[in-house]
Write a protein that binds this ligand. Structure first.
Ligand code: C2E
Ligand code: CA
Ligand code: CA
Ligand code: CA
Length: 283
């Protein structure tokens, strides 16, 4: 149906260690993974309901030469605790903007690119300067970039967040709220931040065709978003029945294994030759 993502080694990934010296080693391993280019962005398409491509989300992959593929859920939270997440996000953003700028040139298409940024990183003011420099350096068009705010840590300073998001908006970069509905502060985000899109969390989508409660939650979120003039991306679409239920709710965009798993840039270059694109107005 579609190409697999985790190409290469498949052994047991290592869990982040507990002891101090082991943590230092793990940290060192991540740094080396960045320096040696082991850690690489992968891309998963975001589509309309007919499967035309609207954009791509960047999801980081780490096929470690000895330890197998280490999933982001194992090293991202660790990197957040250890203060290394800024470096990872920055690395991923630059790598992805560069690759996707070349894909824009290659295809002549204006698609969206979304990057995940941890909440405790986005509230730092240097984030904006770094992102601006990345956009300049790579030539990636700001209006095609969206930042997905992932709520792994609490946004504890709302004023800083508002400041940074307003600057983002001035650059033309969009703000998307990830995993919408799973954190208690989600509604507060909509009230206070300049949000463009909400991503309906995959946990609600999973049983939408069987569970009345999940269906009602999705329906309420989509309606709320539309009342606020926001668009909705449904994550984790794995089969047609989930797609059908959500398209009846007029959800705009879809993402999941049903369409395509996250793939490496090399594979993406072949993949894009097989797809249709959502027509966008100029930049
Ligand atoms: P997320 O942003 O909510 O990403 C969605 C996750 O669902 C991804 O897991 C993706 O591979 C997976 N997924 C996509 N389609 C389907 C589907 O149809 N079914 C199922 N069951 N899963 C699907 P992944 O790649 O393991 O990433 C996990 C989390 O790690 C992400 O969750 C995101 O919060 C974080 N992450 C990934 N890359 C980065 C990054 O560069 N920076 C930061 N800060 N966080 C990242
Ligand atoms: Ca995301
Ligand atoms: Ca998500
Ligand atoms: Ca998540």
């Amino acid at each position: 149906r579609h190409s697999g993502e985790e190409s290469g080694i498949q052994s047991e990934p290592m869990l982040p260690p507990k002891s101090l010296s082991e943590r230092e080693k793990y940290l060192f391993m991540i740094r080396r993974g960045l320096e040696e280019g082991q850690i690489r962005p992968h891309y998963q398409p975001i589509m309309n309901k007919s499967g035309d491509v609207y954009g791509f989300e960047v999801l980081v992959r780490w096929p470690h030469p000895e330890r197998g593929v280490i999933p982001p859920n194992q090293f991202i939270p660790f990197a957040e605790e250890e203060g290394l997440i800024d470096e990872i996000d920055q690395y991923v953003a630059e790598y992805a903007c560069r690759e996707m700028k070349s894909l824009i040139d290659q295809t002549g298409q204006n698609f969206m690119l979304t990057i995940n940024v941890s909440a405790n990183h986005i509230t730092k003011r240097h984030f904006i300067e770094k992102l601006k420099r990345t956009l300049e350096k790579t030539g990636f068009p700001p209006s095609l970039l969206a930042v997905e705010l992932t709520e792994t840590t609490l946004l504890n300073d709302m004023d800083d967040a508002i400041y940074v998001m307003d600057r983002l908006r001035e650059l033309g970069v969009q703000l998307w709220i990830d995993d919408f509905g799973t954190v208690y502060s989600s509604l507060n985000y909509l009230k206070k931040l300049p949000v463009d899109v909400v991503k309906l969390d995959g946990s609600f989508v999973r049983e939408i065709h069987q569970e009345m409660v999940d269906r009602m939650i999705c329906e309420s979120i989509v309606r709320l978003a539309h009342n606020l003039n926001l668009q909705v991306v449904a994550e984790g679409i794995e089969d047609e029945s989930q797609l059908n239920v959500l398209s009846q709710m007029d959800c705009e965009w879809y993402q999941g294994y049903y369409y395509q798993k996250p793939i490496h840039f090399n594979e993406l270059q072949n993949y894009v030759q097989t797809v249709n694109w959502v027509k966008r107005k100029g930049l």
